[in-house]
Design a protein around this ligand. Structure first.
Ligand code: SF4
Length: 74
C-alpha cells in the first residue's frame, strides 16, 4: 500500500501524526505533514510505502484528515 499527502492543502491540524506517528510527522521546514524519512518513496516527503503493520493506522489517518488530503493506494 502507498500513501500520498497533497501537502499544499494540509492545514497542520496534527490529526495524522497524532493518529499514526510511525508514518506521519510535522515537517520542521514548513510545518506541514510529511512522511517520516524511513518510509518515504525516493526521498519525497509527500509519498510513502506503508508497511503491513501500519496499514490500519494510515487508513485511520486518511479517514480522519479534515481536509481529505491523505490518499491511500491499495
Ligand atoms: S490530518 Fe490532514 S490537515 Fe491535518 S496535519 Fe495531517 S495532512 Fe495536514
Amino acid at each position: 500500500m502507498k500513501v500520498t499527502i497533497d501537502r499544499e492543502g494540509c492545514t497542520s491540524c496534527g490529526a495524522c501524526w497524532e493518529e499514526c506517528p510511525e508514518m506521519f510527522e510535522e515537517s520542521p521546514d514548513d510545518g506541514l505533514s510529511q512522511i517520516v524519512e524511513e518510509h518515504q518513496i525516493g526521498g519525497d516527503p509527500a509519498r510513502g510505502e506503508v508497511p503491513k503493520d501500519l496499514e490500519d493506522c494510515v487508513r485511520n489517518a486518511a479517514d480522519g484528515c479534515p481536509v481529505e488530503v491523505i490518499t491511500v493506494e491499495e
